[in-house]
Structure formats: C-alpha cells, structure tokens
Ligand binder design. Sequence first.
Ligand code: MN
Length: 610
Amino acid sequence: MSNSSGVKVNAPSYAPITLTTWVAGVAELTQPDEIYWCDGSVEERDYLIEEMVASGTLLALNEDLRPGCYLARTGPSDAADVPDRTFVCTERPEDAGPTNHWANPDAMKQVLADKFNGAMRGRRMYVIPYSLGPVGGPMSKLGIEITDSPYVVVTMYTLTRIGNPALNAIAMGGFWVPGVHSVGYPLRSADGVTRPDVPWPCNPDKYIAHFPGTCEIWSYGSGLGDSAVLGRKCFALRLASVLGHEAQWYAEHMLLAKLTSPEGEVSYVAGAFPSGNAANLATLQPALPGWTSEVIGNDVAWLRADRDGQLRAINPGAGFCGSVGGLSGESSPAMLRALERDAIFTNVALTDDGDVWWEGLTDEPPAHLVDWRGDDWTPQSGRPAAHPGAGYVVGAKRMPALAKEHDDPVGVPVSVIAFGGCRASVMPLIAEAYSWEHGVFLGATLASEETGPDGATDVQRDPFAMRSYCGYNLADYWTHWLHLGRTLGAKAPHVVAVNWFRRTADGTLAWPGGGDNWRPIEWALRRVAHQAGATTGICGRVPSADDLNADGLDLTDEQLDSLLDLDPAECAVEADAIERYFGSFGNKLPAELTLELADLRGRIAAKAAS
Ligand code: MN
C-alpha cells in the first residue's frame, strides 16, 4: 500500500486497516520520505541512538563514568515546556475550564492542517504503537504516536511499552488514542529546495493541542519531553483524565510508593506533590528505623475502584524522567544511582572528562564545564551551567528501590492519599481529612508558596497537582472525585494533607525533610489501622507530638507541637483566598466544597474563641 504522495506505508501485515488508513492520511499531509513502524526491540533503539550520535543530536558520555548514557542539547528555543502553547480544544470553553488554554477544535484543526502540511519532507516518519500500563492489563490503554523525531522514539521506548505487543493488542480490536508529532523542520521545501539537518531540529512556532472530543493529540514545533513525547502528560494525564471522567477512573499526577514496616506489613501510598522535588519522596528511604520504601512511580498514577470497592493504582509509565533540579547524592541517592547508566540527559552541563553536572549536584562546581548551550563555562561565568529545566530519562529497571509491583497490571491497593503543599504557616505538618468530601477539599486547595526577593509571598494554587494536566474543567474534576468517595464508602483510603515547608519565626525551615518525611505518613498508616491518636484541628485531625514516631528525630516536643499548630487569624486570611479561588469556577463548583469551606471557617472561629 502506498499513498498518493508515493511513499510506502510499510505497515506490518497484521496492522488493522483503520490504523493503516490513518497513517497513510497523515503521511499524505506531512509528506515524509519514508515510513518506519517501530517494533520496540533493543536493536531498534540502539540503531536510532547510533544515528543520533552520528547526526550530533546525542553526545555519548564517558563510557567508564556514565556507561550507556547520552546528552542532548536543545538550544534556547526548545529548552522548556510551553504552557502558553498547550491547548485543550473543546466545543465549549467551559468544558476546558479556567485553568486550560482553550481553543475551538475546528479552528485549531485548520491551523494544524496548515502547519503539518509538508512538515516531514526529507524525513523519516516513525509509527510508534505503545501501551500505557502493561499490554492487555485491565487498567491499561493503547496509543499510536506518529513522529519525525528519533529522539521521541527512544524516549517513548524508555518511558512506555512500545512495539509489536502493543500493535498486536490494537490489531485485536483494542481502543487506541492517535497522536501526531512533528518537530516542524522539514528538510525540503514544496518546490524541492533542500537544507541540511541541524542537531536539534524544532520550530519557534509551537502547538500542543489536545482534542478530548475525538480523543487525539497533535503536537507541532517542539522536540522535547512532555511537548513531544505524547505518551506522557498529553495522553497519560490530559486525555486520560477525560477518559477516566467518562468511565469512573482517575488519571492522576501522583507518585506511588510501597512501604514495609519493621514487622513486614506492606502498605501503598499515593501522593500528589506540586513542587517537583517532593515527588522524590517515592525514592527516599524512611528515616524511621526498620522501615523501607520502594518506588512504583514518581509521576503519574491511574486509579480506579476494583469490584470489591478497593481503590487500586498502577503506574502507566515504564521508566523515570524528570528535572535534575535539586537532585544530589544527599537529597536523592536512589535517583542518582538510577542515573549511573543507560540514561539520557537533556541540557545538563558536560564535564571535561565526559560526565554530567548540574547546579546542586556537588557543593563545589567543577573548575571548567561546557554549559547546556555548548559554550565554555567556569564558576566565574555568572550564569547557570545547566538549564533550570534540564532533565533525565531512564528505564525503570535502573531504579535500585523499584517495587516488584511496579508492573502489576491490576495495580496496588491504596491505603493513604497524600496531598503535599508548600506553605510557611497555614497548613500543619500533617492533617487527616474529616471525611472524603473534606479530603477532596484538601486536594482542591493544594498550594505552593514562593517568597520573592522583595519578600512578597506568591501563592500558586495547584489542585491535586493537576492544574497543568487536567484535560477538562477542574470543577468537574472535583465532582468526579467526590463521586469516587460514594463508590468506595468505608473502604476509601485515608486522605491527608502534608506540608514539609513550615517555617519558624526567624524564617528557617522547621522540619528536617528527606527521609523524615515518612514519619507523618507512618502516623497516617497507623490511623488506617486504628492504632494512632489524633486531635481535632483547623485543617483536619492532627497528631499530638506523642502520636508521631519521633525515634531518632532531632526535635523537641515543643518544636513538634508548633509544626502541628495553626494561627486562626492567618487561617482566616487563607479561607478568604480559597473563597476567591473557588469563585473563579463559577456555578460549576460542587456544593460540597462550599460546605467544606463553611466548616473550615467554623473551626477557625471556634479556635479563635478558645
Ligand atoms: Mn510530573
């Protein structure tokens, strides 16, 4: 089969006709020189890496220091996510909601038809069949990404399950989500004028467009990360959240961790942490003597109630990726070990002996580096050596503390859901929700605050850590979460809000962080087992200093109490801020959350009067 532009579709014989017709149509629009169907083999990955090393897209790192590792430099025009160019295209703006950039689907399709017209001239088009979650699993979903970027193929290979098994499942009739990506840098014009390729092809004009109505993704102009690797945030969160909304499941920006007590009891915790660094919690060993933690996922979790009414979760991904910002041997020992081999780094600095470096990796920067732009750098250069968004991608099997359940198709039972805020004063170290509805309120009001150089505090609301990743109106999303509580009933996990970022009067962090962050979670697990006390607080039930396991913790009871205590006057200001935030969702705001806000105000008044 070939299409009217003459290029052979080259589909495997068992590919279904709906798929090959779609691929032929995309090829007719984008006019690639050849079409290649990815089989997902390691040979295929190695071949593409070799090609990218030859073309200068990837730089091989020192084989002794960082075996199997590579560095990609994107250049300044493609170094970061582009939230302003990320669209949710629904018929009605209110279906996308106030937190998404809305576009009309027909108008966007017209713009994209123009952009993609001839966009792959002179290039190879890759067809990537993939599965999010183990192929064939009851919670898994299938997709096809078409791309003209070998970097995207290799990243999809590392982060999802690509190739023949996924194509087989599609051939068996499985539902699949189509995604089309182009770097927007054709090597030949419509009238045949050619130009040479560059190490990092991309286009300054970028569109990352989601179409919930037809369940498809079109991404143009970027070659990097979440903008181009469509099996990640685009499908696993934005479109999956829409699919879940329609079918009683939940695509969440959550880590998944397995905790084992000294007695060998196993529990699973899901957590939404807006500040990226805290997501490393999943890879941190507890400071609690005798406890161990293992990681199932550190970014995305898909949740649903099973037939017995137990909430279960899978990590739909198959690898780890993230920003290197804040990663060091001290803060993230397991993650650093995972990056010792077979990792691909983007926009980090290069050392003179062919290793990687970024700000914070070591206290002392090396005397000389090549920075992320490829220029010479010394500590006197006065600019960062690594881009602030520099990142890594590595396969799951490199993670030393990987839980064996990470690829269990039926998922793990969740005991505790944690929402991690970043607040100097208005949230305690931990608070347990009074009810499922209150838990949804804690997730919906999740926020991070940053103090600027002028001392002013900026509060960024990031409900469920999903502000940038929910493919529909967040108020409808809260309604969907309220519904889950009615499904789960008494089997619902305990919901807690945690906050590692309380500050003392002199502005220093009051909580040590790191592996100690598991201490409040351990209290929450004992709450689930009815083995820990709690007192009534403004933001939820809180432990007393005695209720927390403080073995080996270097804090006085007084210091612990102050981490759990709240000032009603400050909380009243926070309640006003929440009311204003909720107001931006108009009449879509579920009534339960208005009631929860009233209850919060009642608890604040009672505390103020006591
Ligand atoms: Mn993330």
